[in-house]
Structure formats: structure tokens, C-alpha cells
Design a protein around this ligand. Structure first.
Ligand code: F6R
Length: 240
């Protein structure tokens, strides 16, 4: 794993953007794996600027998001579908037919997870961006998830629901379940970039980089992948 330490969130977002721009220029029809949450927002803002300057186009780019909440309609303000449209898709020239997030709007969630898994098997991700949970989760693969796990319906831990309640009026409104790519799907990407900012991530980053891979720290599975770059700011990298 390559670890890049930067000063702060702004620099982290710029360095991540440079990697994305380079890969998009190399292959304008590449397949991106995308994440939601606070961490990639700066990356997306920088990518929008690069698009506005005419440096890159998303016209032929395909995207697959890591995860989506269950129990929320796609139109809900906190769905990851809405998040991606507000923070990226509506501001670039991407063809919305090429955009994919797990569907969670049916009654048979297991079937919907399986369908997303099939799509992922047919479309290898060239470049995957990840955030990391304070408990070490990637996607919504919570501690204890097998490294062989494929896309599945996950029950979110109390910790993850607490971490994400800042986006909702109360903890009761935070969904209890999500559909997420499994660790196996994530490891199938050709290139992975994990971003971590702030002191709440320092311990998870330490365990991810320095300790033996273990399902107790899902992100530590990345040690098994040949092309992972971890970009941390001073606070997230403080224990390294
Ligand atoms: C989001 C996702 C999660 C987040 C993680 C960190 O699609 O899969 O793993 O990346 O929970 O979230 P933030 O960036 O909000 O700290």
C-alpha cells in the first residue's frame, strides 16, 4: 500500500483529484467506483472544476456506487442517489444511463443485492475511491465481514448509525439497513484510492496500514490488493 500524507482536507482533495484526472485522461471511457459521505465531497468539487475548465469529460465514463441505504426512496434528500446527483452528476457531462447505484426500492432486497452484484461482475471497476468508517468499515462492510463477501444487504452497526445521524434529524431516522458492495467486489477494482481526513479516522487508519489484515478491520483487506493508495491528512495519519 502506498500512503500519501498531506497537510489538510483541501490538499487531500486536490491530490485525489490529480489521480482521477490522470486516469480519466488515460482512458476516457473508464469505469469509476464512487463513494458518498463527507470525505469525497472535496474530490468531487475539484473534478467538477476540472470538467468546467475543459480538462476532462465524463461523457463516456461509467460509475458504480459502493452502497445505498434501504428504507429511503431514491428521491429522499439523504439517499445516496440524491447525494451523487447533487454533489457530482448534475454538474458534469455524464450520461445518466452510465450511472449505477444499488436499487433498494423493492421488497426483495436480497434479489436487488444479487442484481447489483451481477452488474459488478460484468463491469470491472478501473478506479475505486473509498472513505473509511471510524470503525474501519469500507462501503458498509462492518467489522466482522468476511473478505470474500459479495454485494449484500447489511444491518448497519449502532456506531455507523451514530456517525451518520448528523445528516438526519435524529438517530431514529437513520436507516437500519443498506445494500453494499462486498469486500470481494471492492478488491476486484484495478486501482483503489482510500481517503481519510480528521482525527476520528486515525485509529482505523493505523489498524488498516500497520496491523495484520483481519475482518475486525474491514479496510485492512486492502493490504491484499496490489494497487492501493491511501491519502491521509495530518490528523488521520497522526498514529502512522
Ligand atoms: C460511503 C461509504 C462509507 C463512507 C464512510 C466514511 O459510500 O461507503 O464507507 O465512506 O462511512 O464516511 P465519511 O466520509 O462521511 O466520514
Amino acid at each position: 500500500m502506498k500512503v500519501i500524507k498531506v497537510k489538510d482536507y483541501n490538499e487531500l482533495s486536490k491530490v485525489a483529484c490529480e489521480i482521477f484526472v490522470k486516469e480519466i485522461k488515460k482512458n476516457p471511457s473508464l469505469t469509476l467506483g464512487l463513494a458518498t459521505g463527507s470525505t469525497p465531497i472535496g474530490l468531487y468539487q475539484n473534478l467538477i472544476k476540472e470538467y468546467e475548465k475543459g480538462n476532462i469529460s465524463f461523457k463516456d465514463v461509467k460509475t458504480f456506487n459502493l452502497d445505498e441505504y434501504c428504507e429511503l426512496e431514491r428521491s429522499h434528500p439523504q439517499s445516496y442517489y440524491t447525494f451523487m446527483h447533487e454533489n457530482l452528476f448534475s454538474k458534469i457531462d455524464i450520461n445518466l444511463d452510465n450511472v449505477h447505484l444499488p436499487r433498494t426500492d423493492g421488497t426483495d432486497l436480497e434479489k436487488l443485492a444479487k442484481e447489483y452484484n451481477e452488474l459488478l461482475l460484468q463491469n470491472q471497476i478501473d478506479l475505486q475511491v473509498l472513505g473509511i468508517g471510524s470503525n474501519g468499515h469500507i462501503g458498509f462492510n462492518e467489522p466482522g465481514t468476511s473478505f470474500d463477501q459479495e454485494t449484500f444487504v447489511v444491518e448497519l452497526t449502532q456506531k455507523t448509525r451514530e456517525d451518520n445521524k448528523r445528516f438526519f434529524n435524529s438517530i431514529d431516522e437513520v436507516p437500519t439497513h443498506a445494500i453494499t458492495m462486498g469486500i470481494k467486489n471492492i478488491l476486484a477494482a484495478k486501482k483503489i484510492v482510500l481517503l481519510a481526513s480528521g482525527k476520528a479516522k486515525a485509529e482505523a487508519i493505523y489498524k488498516t496500514v500497520k496491523e495484520q489484515p483481519t475482518p475486525d478491520v474491514p479496510a485492512s483487506a486492502l493490504q491484499l490488493h496490489p494497487d492501493v493508495t491511501i491519502i491521509v491528512d495530518e490528523e488521520a495519519g497522526a498514529l502512522l
